[in-house]
Design a protein around this ligand. Structure first.
Ligand SMILES: [Zn+2]
Length: 442
């Protein structure tokens, strides 16, 4: 049996195709066909039909960098310098985090992401505590809400951080291997490795993590040059910029997903290009924290396109990749005083196809063989009108409100219907989260 989705429009190869349908094989959770409705009616006559009237089907967006639990600190520590923000929010949040609170906080964040059209999230998780129970709670939250998860398990050994973050290299390897074995058969969760940063992990910790990523054959995520304090620190210690130091450590390659790259030099860009390293960009978070603006135009000119991330709920404070697309485009057009510096077509790709490529999953567009991860957008939502098939993509980037995203399917499973989560009671979850954090920050 197959499922056939009949929207008004299907977004394929950058175009909104009228009267096209999508056929999904629920057993493999893959797209098996995308094409004109009449052809697919003939080819798959037995398919269960989902008539999505008034909908445009888009690939789900890919959130390539997030810290879900930070949703519990939304509204805290705002309008402060980076290090003060870190101490006032993240470090005050740490003592309250256990499997139960992490489960609730992560569910809350993942639910909001799904409603915003995010079908995959890379959760960069570093509050491990003394067992694997915290990690498992976050993973279970993703499964229960129904979002596809890249669990980027962090390696962190800086002694100035809360105890719950810290592990020895040996312990981090052992635990990550245990988790990798547990997740090896999970169709909606992939494990990646993520040494935190040059300020959160020692050189040995970073090299150990990278070697494990090689062993496991998975990407290696790391925060790089998010803030100028990291550049000053690394330069004082090594005489190199963070990017040059990572190259010297032997951990820069196409396997490396460098998150942020805000405070970098033209020489750094050449090094990144030479090593084939990839980039994850979090425009709203970099702005919120006053980190700065990465040299997007130069990076693009050197063949380094970004995937997009929302980052945490207390450094953004939204959870939408469409929002990141819009923020990125407006920011760089304004910065360069040039409206052509980046286009809506490019940012749509950053948030879908590029994200999937960087995270090494077959998603991000609606082709046969890709994962059945897609969303149904209400083309008659007030924020999109007026539109034509040609202007819809631009309207989605520049005009659309999240409420226009009505249906969300992840791995062939419908997890949002008519804007409402089918997997968890979001209202009840909100009441729980509101009660949970009431006295945490007083
Ligand atoms: Zn981050």
């Amino acid at each position: 049996m197959h499922d056939r989705y009949d929207p008004d429009y299907l977004f394929v190869n950058g175009q909104c195709r009228a009267g096209w349908s999508l056929v999904v094989d629920p057993a493999s959770a893959l797209i098996v066909a995308a094409g004109p409705r009449e052809d697919l009616q003939q080819a798959y006559p037995e398919a269960t039909v989902h008539a999505w009237r008034g909908r445009l089907i888009m690939p789900g967006t890919i959130n390539a960098h997030a810290h879900a639990f930070q949703h519990l600190a939304r509204g805290q520590g705002v309008d402060r310098p980076f290090l003060q923000w870190r101490d006032d929010t993240l470090y005050r949040l740490a003592p309250h985090l256990d499997p139960d609170t992490l489960y609730q906080g992560s569910q809350w964040a993942f639910a909001e992401m799904l409603q915003a059209g995010i079908t995959t999230v890379a959760e960069f998780f570093y509050v491990h505590g003394s067992t694997l129970d915290n990690d498992r709670a976050v993973i279970q939250a993703a499964r229960d809400v129904g979002i596809r998860l890249i669990f980027a398990r962090t390696f962190y050994d800086w002694e100035g951080a809360p105890a719950a973050y810290q592990e020895t290299p040996e312990l981090a390897v052992q635990r990550t291997q245990t988790l990798a074995a547990e997740l090896s058969q999970d169709p909606t969760v992939n494990l990646h490795v993520a040494p935190h940063s040059l300020h959160g992990a020692s050189d040995l910790m970073i090299q150990t993590a990278y070697a494990l990523a090689q062993d496991l054959g998975v990407p290696c995520h790391i925060h790089v040059a998010e803030e100028s304090f990291e550049v000053r620190e690394v330069q004082a210690r090594t005489g190199h910029t963070p990017v040059a130091h990572l190259a010297a450590l032997g951990v820069l390659s196409p396997r490396t997903l460098a998150v942020h790259l805000v405070a970098i030099t033209p020489e750094d860009i050449a090094i990144l290009q030479d090593h084939g390293a990839r980039w994850i960009y979090c425009p709203a978070s970099n702005g919120f924290l006053g980190d700065g603006i990465p040299p997007l135009a130069d990076l693009l000119a050197h063949g380094i396109p970004p995937a997009l991330g929302t980052d945490g709920g207390c450094s953004n404070n939204r959870a939408s990749i469409y929002d990141e697309m819009r923020t990125l485009a407006l920011l760089h057009k304004g910065l360069h005083q040039d409206a052509t510096v980046v286009t809506h077509r490019q940012v749509l790709e950053f948030g879908t196809k590029q994200g999937a490529e960087h995270l090494d999953i077959p998603a991000g567009d609606l082709q046969p063989g890709r994962l059945a991860d897609f969303v149904g957008i209400d083309i008659n939502h007030p924020s999109l009108i007026p539109w034509t098939a040609e202007t819809l993509p631009a309207n989605m980037v520049y005009a659309m409100q999240p409420e226009a995203i009505r249906e969300v399917v992840v791995g062939g499973r419908q997890v949002v219907h008519e804007g409402v989560l089918t997997t968890v009671d979001q209202q009840r979850l909100g009441t729980q989260v509101q009660a949970l954090v009431q006295h945490w920050f007083q």
